[in-house]
Design a protein around this ligand. Structure first.
Ligand SMILES: *Cc1c(COP(=O)(O)O)cnc(C)c1O
Length: 495
Protein backbone atom coordinates (compact mmCIF):
# COMPACT_ATOMS: atom_id res chain seq x y z
CA UNK A 1 0.00 0.00 0.00
CA UNK A 2 1.32 3.38 -1.08
CA UNK A 3 2.00 5.71 1.84
CA UNK A 4 0.00 8.93 1.86
CA UNK A 5 0.60 12.11 3.81
CA UNK A 6 -1.62 13.86 6.30
CA UNK A 7 -1.36 17.10 8.20
CA UNK A 8 -0.15 17.29 11.82
CA UNK A 9 -3.03 19.71 12.48
CA UNK A 10 -6.12 18.23 10.85
CA UNK A 11 -7.83 14.92 10.13
CA UNK A 12 -8.54 15.78 6.53
CA UNK A 13 -7.97 13.15 3.91
CA UNK A 14 -4.38 12.14 3.24
CA UNK A 15 -2.71 13.11 -0.05
CA UNK A 16 -0.07 11.42 -2.23
CA UNK A 17 3.61 12.18 -1.65
CA UNK A 18 3.97 14.26 -4.83
CA UNK A 19 1.20 16.62 -3.72
CA UNK A 20 2.66 16.97 -0.23
CA UNK A 21 5.98 17.96 -1.83
CA UNK A 22 4.31 20.56 -4.04
CA UNK A 23 2.31 22.09 -1.21
CA UNK A 24 5.04 22.19 1.45
CA UNK A 25 2.65 23.10 4.29
CA UNK A 26 -0.97 22.05 4.79
CA UNK A 27 -3.76 24.65 4.61
CA UNK A 28 -4.03 24.91 8.41
CA UNK A 29 -0.29 25.47 8.67
CA UNK A 30 0.40 21.87 9.68
CA UNK A 31 3.31 19.77 8.45
CA UNK A 32 2.78 16.72 6.27
CA UNK A 33 3.64 13.40 7.88
CA UNK A 34 3.52 9.87 6.47
CA UNK A 35 0.41 7.96 7.57
CA UNK A 36 2.72 5.26 8.85
CA UNK A 37 6.46 4.77 8.91
CA UNK A 38 7.46 1.91 6.61
CA UNK A 39 9.84 -0.88 7.61
CA UNK A 40 13.18 -1.20 5.79
CA UNK A 41 12.47 -3.14 2.62
CA UNK A 42 15.67 -5.17 2.57
CA UNK A 43 18.04 -6.85 5.06
CA UNK A 44 20.90 -4.63 6.25
CA UNK A 45 23.46 -7.09 4.87
CA UNK A 46 22.01 -6.53 1.39
CA UNK A 47 21.96 -2.75 1.78
CA UNK A 48 25.63 -2.97 2.81
CA UNK A 49 26.47 -4.13 -0.73
CA UNK A 50 24.86 -1.11 -2.37
CA UNK A 51 26.23 2.30 -3.30
CA UNK A 52 24.64 5.56 -2.13
CA UNK A 53 22.31 5.88 -5.11
CA UNK A 54 21.01 2.34 -4.74
CA UNK A 55 20.35 2.79 -1.03
CA UNK A 56 18.62 6.09 -1.81
CA UNK A 57 16.27 4.33 -4.20
CA UNK A 58 15.52 1.51 -1.73
CA UNK A 59 14.64 3.98 1.04
CA UNK A 60 12.89 6.69 -0.94
CA UNK A 61 10.59 4.38 -2.88
CA UNK A 62 9.02 3.33 0.42
CA UNK A 63 8.00 6.93 1.13
CA UNK A 64 7.37 8.33 -2.33
CA UNK A 65 4.89 5.72 -3.48
CA UNK A 66 3.34 7.70 -6.33
CA UNK A 67 6.70 8.17 -8.05
CA UNK A 68 7.63 5.32 -10.38
CA UNK A 69 10.93 3.61 -9.67
CA UNK A 70 12.22 4.96 -12.98
CA UNK A 71 11.30 8.53 -12.03
CA UNK A 72 13.03 8.11 -8.68
CA UNK A 73 16.16 6.69 -10.27
CA UNK A 74 16.32 9.69 -12.62
CA UNK A 75 15.95 12.14 -9.72
CA UNK A 76 18.64 10.31 -7.75
CA UNK A 77 21.04 10.11 -10.69
CA UNK A 78 20.64 13.84 -11.36
CA UNK A 79 21.24 14.76 -7.73
CA UNK A 80 24.03 12.52 -6.45
CA UNK A 81 26.53 12.83 -9.29
CA UNK A 82 29.86 14.59 -9.80
CA UNK A 83 28.54 17.58 -7.79
CA UNK A 84 29.74 15.56 -4.80
CA UNK A 85 33.50 15.41 -4.44
CA UNK A 86 33.53 11.77 -3.35
CA UNK A 87 32.07 8.64 -4.90
CA UNK A 88 30.71 7.63 -1.47
CA UNK A 89 28.59 10.84 -1.36
CA UNK A 90 28.36 10.54 2.46
CA UNK A 91 31.68 9.05 3.64
CA UNK A 92 32.58 8.00 7.19
CA UNK A 93 35.73 9.09 9.03
CA UNK A 94 36.91 7.08 12.02
CA UNK A 95 38.52 9.44 14.51
CA UNK A 96 39.62 7.86 17.79
CA UNK A 97 36.65 5.83 19.00
CA UNK A 98 34.05 7.91 17.13
CA UNK A 99 32.69 7.71 13.59
CA UNK A 100 31.96 10.98 11.79
CA UNK A 101 29.39 10.87 9.03
CA UNK A 102 30.59 13.60 6.67
CA UNK A 103 27.61 15.19 4.98
CA UNK A 104 29.50 18.15 3.52
CA UNK A 105 30.87 16.80 0.26
CA UNK A 106 28.24 18.47 -1.93
CA UNK A 107 28.34 21.70 -3.94
CA UNK A 108 27.76 24.10 -1.01
CA UNK A 109 29.80 22.12 1.58
CA UNK A 110 27.04 21.71 4.19
CA UNK A 111 24.60 18.88 4.83
CA UNK A 112 21.68 20.77 3.29
CA UNK A 113 23.04 19.61 -0.09
CA UNK A 114 22.03 16.05 0.76
CA UNK A 115 18.36 16.96 0.38
CA UNK A 116 18.44 20.16 -1.65
CA UNK A 117 20.35 18.66 -4.54
CA UNK A 118 17.43 16.26 -5.10
CA UNK A 119 14.44 18.44 -4.09
CA UNK A 120 14.29 20.36 -7.41
CA UNK A 121 14.13 17.03 -9.28
CA UNK A 122 11.42 15.71 -6.97
CA UNK A 123 9.48 18.92 -7.34
CA UNK A 124 9.61 19.18 -11.12
CA UNK A 125 8.69 15.48 -11.37
CA UNK A 126 5.79 16.10 -8.98
CA UNK A 127 4.67 19.08 -11.11
CA UNK A 128 4.59 16.91 -14.22
CA UNK A 129 2.75 14.09 -12.45
CA UNK A 130 0.07 16.46 -11.21
CA UNK A 131 -0.28 18.38 -14.47
CA UNK A 132 0.80 21.62 -12.76
CA UNK A 133 1.31 24.35 -15.34
CA UNK A 134 1.77 27.18 -12.84
CA UNK A 135 5.23 28.40 -12.11
CA UNK A 136 6.40 27.28 -8.65
CA UNK A 137 7.86 30.01 -6.45
CA UNK A 138 10.12 28.59 -3.77
CA UNK A 139 10.16 30.81 -0.68
CA UNK A 140 12.90 29.99 1.77
CA UNK A 141 14.06 31.29 5.13
CA UNK A 142 17.64 30.40 5.93
CA UNK A 143 19.94 30.43 8.92
CA UNK A 144 22.78 30.31 6.39
CA UNK A 145 23.19 26.92 4.75
CA UNK A 146 19.73 26.16 3.38
CA UNK A 147 19.75 29.37 1.36
CA UNK A 148 22.81 28.63 -0.71
CA UNK A 149 21.97 24.95 -1.13
CA UNK A 150 18.44 25.80 -2.30
CA UNK A 151 19.72 28.54 -4.65
CA UNK A 152 22.25 26.16 -6.15
CA UNK A 153 19.62 23.45 -6.54
CA UNK A 154 16.90 25.59 -8.12
CA UNK A 155 19.02 28.02 -10.18
CA UNK A 156 17.67 28.03 -13.75
CA UNK A 157 15.39 25.01 -13.15
CA UNK A 158 12.55 25.55 -15.68
CA UNK A 159 9.13 26.24 -14.16
CA UNK A 160 10.57 27.48 -10.86
CA UNK A 161 11.68 30.70 -9.20
CA UNK A 162 13.35 31.01 -5.81
CA UNK A 163 13.42 33.79 -3.21
CA UNK A 164 15.69 33.40 -0.18
CA UNK A 165 15.46 35.46 3.03
CA UNK A 166 18.46 35.41 5.38
CA UNK A 167 19.23 37.28 8.65
CA UNK A 168 21.63 40.03 7.55
CA UNK A 169 23.84 39.87 10.60
CA UNK A 170 23.25 36.23 11.51
CA UNK A 171 25.30 34.28 8.96
CA UNK A 172 29.02 33.73 8.44
CA UNK A 173 30.93 35.84 5.91
CA UNK A 174 31.47 32.82 3.67
CA UNK A 175 27.78 31.86 3.88
CA UNK A 176 26.78 35.41 2.93
CA UNK A 177 29.18 35.54 -0.02
CA UNK A 178 27.95 32.15 -1.20
CA UNK A 179 24.40 33.49 -1.42
CA UNK A 180 25.14 36.96 -2.75
CA UNK A 181 27.21 35.62 -5.65
CA UNK A 182 24.57 33.10 -6.80
CA UNK A 183 23.92 33.18 -10.55
CA UNK A 184 20.64 32.29 -12.24
CA UNK A 185 17.82 34.19 -13.95
CA UNK A 186 15.19 32.87 -11.51
CA UNK A 187 16.91 33.59 -8.16
CA UNK A 188 16.54 36.43 -5.63
CA UNK A 189 18.27 36.89 -2.26
CA UNK A 190 17.02 39.31 0.40
CA UNK A 191 18.79 40.24 3.66
CA UNK A 192 16.38 40.77 6.59
CA UNK A 193 17.08 43.07 9.53
CA UNK A 194 16.18 40.38 12.05
CA UNK A 195 17.14 36.87 13.13
CA UNK A 196 16.36 33.48 11.60
CA UNK A 197 13.09 33.10 13.51
CA UNK A 198 11.92 36.44 12.05
CA UNK A 199 12.71 35.16 8.56
CA UNK A 200 10.98 31.83 9.18
CA UNK A 201 7.89 33.49 10.68
CA UNK A 202 7.70 35.94 7.79
CA UNK A 203 7.77 33.11 5.26
CA UNK A 204 5.13 31.15 7.20
CA UNK A 205 2.89 34.24 7.23
CA UNK A 206 3.24 34.69 3.50
CA UNK A 207 2.32 31.03 2.98
CA UNK A 208 -0.73 31.49 5.20
CA UNK A 209 -1.94 34.64 3.39
CA UNK A 210 -5.04 33.48 1.48
CA UNK A 211 -5.54 36.74 -0.47
CA UNK A 212 -1.97 36.66 -1.69
CA UNK A 213 -2.39 33.01 -2.64
CA UNK A 214 -5.37 33.90 -4.82
CA UNK A 215 -3.49 36.74 -6.51
CA UNK A 216 -0.65 34.34 -7.16
CA UNK A 217 -3.00 31.82 -8.75
CA UNK A 218 -4.40 34.52 -11.06
CA UNK A 219 -0.84 35.37 -12.09
CA UNK A 220 -0.11 31.70 -12.84
CA UNK A 221 2.12 31.24 -9.80
CA UNK A 222 2.08 28.98 -6.71
CA UNK A 223 4.28 28.99 -3.61
CA UNK A 224 6.19 26.04 -2.27
CA UNK A 225 8.87 25.61 0.36
CA UNK A 226 12.42 24.32 0.29
CA UNK A 227 12.69 24.45 4.08
CA UNK A 228 12.88 21.24 6.05
CA UNK A 229 9.16 21.49 6.70
CA UNK A 230 8.84 20.08 3.16
CA UNK A 231 8.57 16.30 3.28
CA UNK A 232 10.69 16.26 0.10
CA UNK A 233 13.58 17.46 2.27
CA UNK A 234 13.03 14.98 5.06
CA UNK A 235 12.82 11.77 3.03
CA UNK A 236 16.23 12.13 1.30
CA UNK A 237 17.76 12.73 4.75
CA UNK A 238 16.67 9.30 5.99
CA UNK A 239 18.86 7.75 3.31
CA UNK A 240 22.24 8.66 4.77
CA UNK A 241 21.45 7.13 8.15
CA UNK A 242 20.66 3.81 6.51
CA UNK A 243 23.73 4.19 4.28
CA UNK A 244 25.98 5.01 7.27
CA UNK A 245 24.86 1.92 9.15
CA UNK A 246 25.29 -0.17 6.02
CA UNK A 247 28.80 1.26 5.53
CA UNK A 248 29.81 0.43 9.12
CA UNK A 249 28.56 -3.10 8.51
CA UNK A 250 30.41 -3.42 5.19
CA UNK A 251 33.65 -2.17 6.79
CA UNK A 252 33.33 -4.74 9.59
CA UNK A 253 33.10 -2.00 12.24
CA UNK A 254 29.83 -3.37 13.62
CA UNK A 255 27.99 -6.69 13.60
CA UNK A 256 24.68 -7.08 11.77
CA UNK A 257 21.96 -5.79 14.09
CA UNK A 258 24.37 -4.18 16.57
CA UNK A 259 22.82 -0.95 17.84
CA UNK A 260 24.65 2.36 17.45
CA UNK A 261 24.11 5.80 18.97
CA UNK A 262 23.77 8.85 16.75
CA UNK A 263 24.60 12.42 17.81
CA UNK A 264 23.14 15.19 15.65
CA UNK A 265 23.90 18.94 15.80
CA UNK A 266 20.37 20.28 15.84
CA UNK A 267 18.56 23.49 14.96
CA UNK A 268 15.27 23.11 13.13
CA UNK A 269 15.08 19.41 14.13
CA UNK A 270 14.97 18.15 10.52
CA UNK A 271 18.18 16.15 10.49
CA UNK A 272 17.57 14.32 13.76
CA UNK A 273 13.93 13.69 12.85
CA UNK A 274 15.17 11.83 9.77
CA UNK A 275 17.35 9.73 12.10
CA UNK A 276 14.27 9.03 14.21
CA UNK A 277 12.34 7.89 11.13
CA UNK A 278 15.27 5.61 10.21
CA UNK A 279 15.12 4.14 13.72
CA UNK A 280 11.36 3.60 13.46
CA UNK A 281 11.98 1.81 10.15
CA UNK A 282 14.03 -0.76 12.04
CA UNK A 283 17.56 0.63 11.77
CA UNK A 284 19.37 -0.56 14.94
CA UNK A 285 19.78 2.75 16.77
CA UNK A 286 19.79 2.94 20.54
CA UNK A 287 19.89 6.65 21.41
CA UNK A 288 19.35 9.73 19.32
CA UNK A 289 21.46 12.41 20.89
CA UNK A 290 20.02 15.84 20.18
CA UNK A 291 22.80 18.42 20.52
CA UNK A 292 22.04 22.13 20.84
CA UNK A 293 24.32 25.13 21.10
CA UNK A 294 23.66 27.86 23.68
CA UNK A 295 20.20 28.34 22.16
CA UNK A 296 19.23 25.26 24.15
CA UNK A 297 15.46 25.32 23.82
CA UNK A 298 15.46 21.65 22.75
CA UNK A 299 17.66 20.55 25.64
CA UNK A 300 15.15 22.19 28.00
CA UNK A 301 12.28 20.52 26.17
CA UNK A 302 13.78 17.06 26.53
CA UNK A 303 14.62 17.62 30.19
CA UNK A 304 11.30 19.20 31.29
CA UNK A 305 8.62 18.50 28.66
CA UNK A 306 8.11 22.26 28.28
CA UNK A 307 8.98 24.07 25.07
CA UNK A 308 9.62 27.76 25.70
CA UNK A 309 10.99 30.12 23.11
CA UNK A 310 10.70 33.13 25.43
CA UNK A 311 14.39 33.72 25.98
CA UNK A 312 17.18 35.79 24.46
CA UNK A 313 18.36 34.76 20.99
CA UNK A 314 22.10 34.10 21.19
CA UNK A 315 24.41 34.52 18.19
CA UNK A 316 26.95 31.68 18.34
CA UNK A 317 29.75 30.34 16.17
CA UNK A 318 27.34 27.61 14.97
CA UNK A 319 24.88 30.03 13.30
CA UNK A 320 22.94 27.34 11.42
CA UNK A 321 21.73 26.13 14.83
CA UNK A 322 20.79 29.58 16.16
CA UNK A 323 17.08 28.84 16.22
CA UNK A 324 14.42 29.13 18.92
CA UNK A 325 11.50 27.66 16.98
CA UNK A 326 12.43 24.20 15.77
CA UNK A 327 9.73 23.65 13.17
CA UNK A 328 10.19 19.94 12.67
CA UNK A 329 9.66 19.19 16.34
CA UNK A 330 5.95 19.45 15.49
CA UNK A 331 6.25 16.14 13.64
CA UNK A 332 7.69 14.45 16.72
CA UNK A 333 5.09 16.06 18.98
CA UNK A 334 2.37 14.69 16.69
CA UNK A 335 3.93 11.24 16.88
CA UNK A 336 4.19 11.33 20.69
CA UNK A 337 0.58 12.54 20.88
CA UNK A 338 -0.42 9.24 19.27
CA UNK A 339 -1.03 11.00 15.92
CA UNK A 340 -3.68 13.24 17.50
CA UNK A 341 -4.01 16.24 15.15
CA UNK A 342 -6.32 18.19 17.46
CA UNK A 343 -3.92 17.89 20.39
CA UNK A 344 -0.98 18.90 18.17
CA UNK A 345 -2.88 21.88 16.75
CA UNK A 346 -3.67 23.07 20.28
CA UNK A 347 -0.01 22.88 21.34
CA UNK A 348 1.10 24.76 18.23
CA UNK A 349 -1.55 27.40 18.83
CA UNK A 350 -0.10 27.90 22.28
CA UNK A 351 3.39 28.16 20.75
CA UNK A 352 2.18 30.86 18.36
CA UNK A 353 0.27 32.79 21.03
CA UNK A 354 2.39 32.36 24.17
CA UNK A 355 5.68 31.20 22.71
CA UNK A 356 5.46 28.02 24.79
CA UNK A 357 3.67 24.73 25.42
CA UNK A 358 3.99 21.73 27.68
CA UNK A 359 3.43 18.12 26.67
CA UNK A 360 1.79 15.51 28.93
CA UNK A 361 3.74 12.93 30.95
CA UNK A 362 2.37 10.23 28.68
CA UNK A 363 3.82 12.03 25.66
CA UNK A 364 7.12 12.56 27.44
CA UNK A 365 7.46 8.83 27.99
CA UNK A 366 7.51 8.38 24.20
CA UNK A 367 10.59 10.61 23.95
CA UNK A 368 12.70 7.87 25.57
CA UNK A 369 14.81 7.23 22.43
CA UNK A 370 16.15 10.80 22.70
CA UNK A 371 18.87 12.28 24.87
CA UNK A 372 19.03 16.08 24.88
CA UNK A 373 22.27 17.93 25.54
CA UNK A 374 23.95 21.22 24.77
CA UNK A 375 27.47 22.57 24.47
CA UNK A 376 28.68 26.05 25.30
CA UNK A 377 30.89 28.03 22.92
CA UNK A 378 33.95 27.13 25.03
CA UNK A 379 33.10 23.41 25.11
CA UNK A 380 32.64 23.28 21.34
CA UNK A 381 35.90 25.19 20.72
CA UNK A 382 37.77 22.89 23.09
CA UNK A 383 36.42 19.83 21.26
CA UNK A 384 37.75 21.24 17.96
CA UNK A 385 41.22 21.91 19.32
CA UNK A 386 41.48 18.67 21.37
CA UNK A 387 40.48 16.50 18.44
CA UNK A 388 42.93 18.24 16.13
CA UNK A 389 45.74 17.93 18.69
CA UNK A 390 45.07 14.26 19.39
CA UNK A 391 43.94 12.93 16.01
CA UNK A 392 44.78 15.57 13.38
CA UNK A 393 41.09 15.78 12.39
CA UNK A 394 39.45 19.19 11.93
CA UNK A 395 35.69 19.46 12.42
CA UNK A 396 33.41 22.44 11.96
CA UNK A 397 31.71 24.38 14.76
CA UNK A 398 28.30 22.69 14.38
CA UNK A 399 29.77 19.21 14.35
CA UNK A 400 31.80 20.15 17.44
CA UNK A 401 28.59 20.84 19.36
CA UNK A 402 27.40 17.30 18.64
CA UNK A 403 30.80 15.76 19.38
CA UNK A 404 31.02 17.59 22.72
CA UNK A 405 27.51 16.49 23.69
CA UNK A 406 28.33 12.90 22.63
CA UNK A 407 31.31 12.99 25.02
CA UNK A 408 29.12 14.31 27.83
CA UNK A 409 26.55 11.57 27.13
CA UNK A 410 29.22 8.87 27.36
CA UNK A 411 30.60 10.32 30.60
CA UNK A 412 27.17 10.64 32.17
CA UNK A 413 25.71 7.30 31.15
CA UNK A 414 28.81 5.09 30.71
CA UNK A 415 27.01 3.77 27.63
CA UNK A 416 29.75 2.21 25.47
CA UNK A 417 27.58 1.76 22.36
CA UNK A 418 29.44 2.80 19.19
CA UNK A 419 28.90 6.46 18.40
CA UNK A 420 28.15 8.07 15.06
CA UNK A 421 28.50 11.87 15.07
CA UNK A 422 26.85 13.65 12.18
CA UNK A 423 29.24 16.15 10.60
CA UNK A 424 27.17 18.83 8.97
CA UNK A 425 29.60 21.32 7.42
CA UNK A 426 33.10 21.67 6.06
CA UNK A 427 35.33 23.52 8.53
CA UNK A 428 36.19 25.91 5.70
CA UNK A 429 32.67 27.28 5.75
CA UNK A 430 33.36 28.67 9.23
CA UNK A 431 37.11 29.15 8.93
CA UNK A 432 37.48 32.19 11.26
CA UNK A 433 35.73 30.37 14.14
CA UNK A 434 37.72 27.18 13.56
CA UNK A 435 40.94 29.14 13.54
CA UNK A 436 39.97 30.90 16.74
CA UNK A 437 39.55 27.48 18.37
CA UNK A 438 42.75 25.99 16.94
CA UNK A 439 45.16 28.84 17.09
CA UNK A 440 43.83 32.05 18.65
CA UNK A 441 47.04 33.99 17.90
CA UNK A 442 46.45 33.55 14.15
CA UNK A 443 43.03 35.15 14.23
CA UNK A 444 42.65 38.34 12.17
CA UNK A 445 42.01 39.55 8.66
CA UNK A 446 39.28 38.50 6.27
CA UNK A 447 37.46 35.18 6.12
CA UNK A 448 39.74 34.25 3.22
CA UNK A 449 42.86 34.96 5.30
CA UNK A 450 41.43 32.47 7.78
CA UNK A 451 40.83 29.98 4.99
CA UNK A 452 44.47 30.23 3.94
CA UNK A 453 45.77 29.89 7.49
CA UNK A 454 43.50 26.93 8.13
CA UNK A 455 44.75 25.26 4.95
CA UNK A 456 48.34 25.73 6.12
CA UNK A 457 47.63 24.35 9.60
CA UNK A 458 45.42 21.43 8.66
CA UNK A 459 46.84 20.51 5.22
CA UNK A 460 43.25 19.83 4.12
CA UNK A 461 42.60 20.96 0.53
CA UNK A 462 40.41 24.06 0.22
CA UNK A 463 37.11 23.00 -1.41
CA UNK A 464 36.34 24.40 -4.87
CA UNK A 465 33.12 25.88 -3.41
CA UNK A 466 35.30 28.24 -1.32
CA UNK A 467 37.98 28.91 -3.93
CA UNK A 468 35.46 30.15 -6.48
CA UNK A 469 34.07 32.72 -4.04
CA UNK A 470 37.32 34.66 -3.83
CA UNK A 471 36.62 36.85 -6.84
CA UNK A 472 33.01 36.07 -7.72
CA UNK A 473 30.99 39.27 -8.23
CA UNK A 474 28.21 40.16 -5.76
CA UNK A 475 24.92 39.99 -7.68
CA UNK A 476 22.30 40.60 -4.98
CA UNK A 477 21.76 43.80 -3.00
CA UNK A 478 18.20 43.62 -1.64
CA UNK A 479 17.37 43.97 2.05
CA UNK A 480 14.29 44.76 4.13
CA UNK A 481 12.76 44.92 7.60
CA UNK A 482 11.15 41.76 8.99
CA UNK A 483 7.66 43.21 8.43
CA UNK A 484 8.37 44.07 4.79
CA UNK A 485 8.95 40.56 3.51
CA UNK A 486 5.55 40.28 1.83
CA UNK A 487 6.12 43.62 0.10
CA UNK A 488 9.46 42.33 -1.21
CA UNK A 489 7.83 39.19 -2.56
CA UNK A 490 5.14 41.23 -4.30
CA UNK A 491 7.78 43.45 -5.91
CA UNK A 492 9.90 40.53 -7.05
CA UNK A 493 6.89 38.76 -8.55
CA UNK A 494 5.44 41.99 -9.99
CA UNK A 495 2.11 41.45 -8.19
C1 LIG B 1 20.97 23.30 9.12
C2 LIG B 1 22.20 22.91 9.83
C3 LIG B 1 22.14 22.28 11.09
C4 LIG B 1 20.83 22.01 11.79
O1 LIG B 1 20.05 21.04 11.13
P1 LIG B 1 18.49 20.95 11.43
O2 LIG B 1 17.98 19.93 10.47
O3 LIG B 1 17.93 22.31 11.18
O4 LIG B 1 18.34 20.54 12.85
C5 LIG B 1 23.32 21.89 11.68
N1 LIG B 1 24.52 22.15 11.10
C6 LIG B 1 24.62 22.76 9.92
C7 LIG B 1 25.97 23.04 9.35
C8 LIG B 1 23.47 23.16 9.23
O5 LIG B 1 23.58 23.78 8.05
Amino acid sequence: MEIRYKSTRSDREAIPASQAILRGLSDEGGLFVPERIPALGRPLAELAQMDYRQVACEVMKLYLGDFTEEELRDCIAGAYDGKFDTEAVAPLAKVGDTYYLELFHGPTIAFKDMALSILPYLMTTAMKKNGVSRETVILTATSGDTGKAALAGFADVPGTRIIVFYPRDGVSEIQKRQMLTQKGANVAVVGVNGNFDDCQNGVKEIFGNKALGEEMARAGLAFSSANSINIGRLVPQIVYYVYAYASLLREGEIADGEPINIAVPTGNFGNILAAYYARQMGLPVKKLICASNENKVLYDFFSTGAYDRNRPFILTSSPSMDILISSNLERLVYETAGCDAQATAALMKSLAAEGSYRISEEMRARLAPFFGGFATEEEAARKISDTFARCGYVMDTHTAVAAAVADAYRRETEDGTKMLVVSTASPYKFAPSILKALSPEDEAGTAFDSVDTLARLSRMPVPAAVEELRDAPVLHHLHCEADQMEEQVRKLLAL
